[in-house]
Structures are given as structure tokens and as C-alpha cells.
Design a protein around this ligand. Sequence first.
Ligand code: C5P
Length: 241
Amino acid sequence: MSGAVRHWALIPAAGVGRRFGAEVPKQYLALAGRPVIDHAIAAFIGHPAIAGCAVVLGSADGWWSDVSAYANHPDVLRAPGGAERCHSVRNGLTALADRAAEDDWVLVHDAARPCLRRSDLDRLLAALREEPVGALLAVPIADTVKRADAGQVAETLPRSALWRAYTPQAFRLGLLRRALAQAQARDVVVTDDASAVELLGLRPALIECQADNIKITRPEDLPLAAFYLQQQQLDVQGRSG
Ligand code: C5P
């Protein structure tokens, strides 16, 4: 391998969306004229810094080929899903390794996050030039947070140091593969990629993004995402008008 380090997107999309409760997994629900997952992929495909994208699909996925405009896109690879998100990401990394180098950056982004702004993605990509470990988009927490124990407050956490971890989360392919393998070897089911890297004793950078980069989790999130996309469109039109 020669040449500059490249950037790849990895979209885990093998979840069934149990908390959402719809028959169709949430990543395939219609949002502003296309499936949720296509909004997530569109943020990367066509971006000049992104070399390609791996999409991780569940074994029972009967939707991707029928509804995604990216189903036959030459820059979109497919990988099989795993039991948990972290297993799906590992499978996506294996698929990317055919094309990507160990030092290439992989930006892992939830299929269920359709409102990623180009400006936030660009801020993350810029941060990678300064951050050897890697970085993730995140938002400082505005609410007071309680730790619960059997339905009662066990502790109030100091809010000033708390952030919500969003995606994309960007790490070198080799490092992320090692981190996820080690988490699995220790029987830790990490719920994001940064957690696996943290288990190695490393400290990814938090890059603040807009709070509209939400993950569709519950039914009320879908109209909210539609509203955010509409606002983003108006912002773009306002800037170019
Ligand atoms: O369940 P949750 O909302 O945390 O899922 C985040 C992302 O991980 C979603 O895009 C989902 O499709 C994906 N996922 C996966 N494989 C799993 C579970 C979740 O790719 N086994």
C-alpha cells in the first residue's frame, strides 16, 4: 500500500430496533422521501474525503436490496451482521480490510442517524489530523443526570463533565480491530466504538457537534428527524440564496 491515508465509512445496520417496535427495522422507515439508512450513507458517499463505505446487514434483512438507492453502488460493500453492534462493526472492518490499509481511518456511523451535517463531518475529519488516537462526535449534556438503583436515585453525577457520545466515531482500522477483539475477549459488550478503544487505556477526542445528529430510537424520533432535515435544508438554501 502506498499513498496517503484514506477514510472509509462503516455503517452498522444489522439491528432490529426492538425499542422502536415497528415491523420494519427503524433504518428502513421512510423519512423525507427515502429510507433512514440512505440519509446516513448519503453523508459519506460523494464526500471527497471518503474512499468507500461498508454497510453491515442482518442475516434476515429483506429490505436493503429493495429499498436502498445504494444497494448496487460500486463504492458500497456489504458485510454480515453480528449478535450485538460491536460484532457487526468487527464484521464490517473485516470486509473493509480487503480495500483499506491498517492505518486508514474508519468512521463508524449508526444507520439510524440520518441527520449528520456535512459541517460536523468536516469538523471530525479535520480533528483527525491532530488526534492520533481517534475522535468522536459528541454533545455536552444539558440535563442533570442521576444514577439509579432499584428505581431510586443512588447518585447525582456532576453534569459539567458529561457528554452524549454520537457517531461518527473515527479510529484507525488496525487499532479499532484490536480494541474490539480485546473487548470481546474480556466479555465486555461495548455499546460504542470509543468504549473499546478506551479499554486499551487510550483517550479518544470529543468533538462537539450539533444536537440534531440524533439516533432514531423511538417512534417520536422520526417526525423530529424530519423536522431537523427540513431545517438543515432551509439553512443550506438560506446560505446559497
Ligand atoms: O440498537 P442501537 O440503536 O444502539 O443500534 C445502533 C446501530 O447499530 C444501528 O444502526 C443498528 O442497526 C446497528 N446494530 C448492528 N448490529 C446489531 C445491533 C445494532 O449493526 N447486532
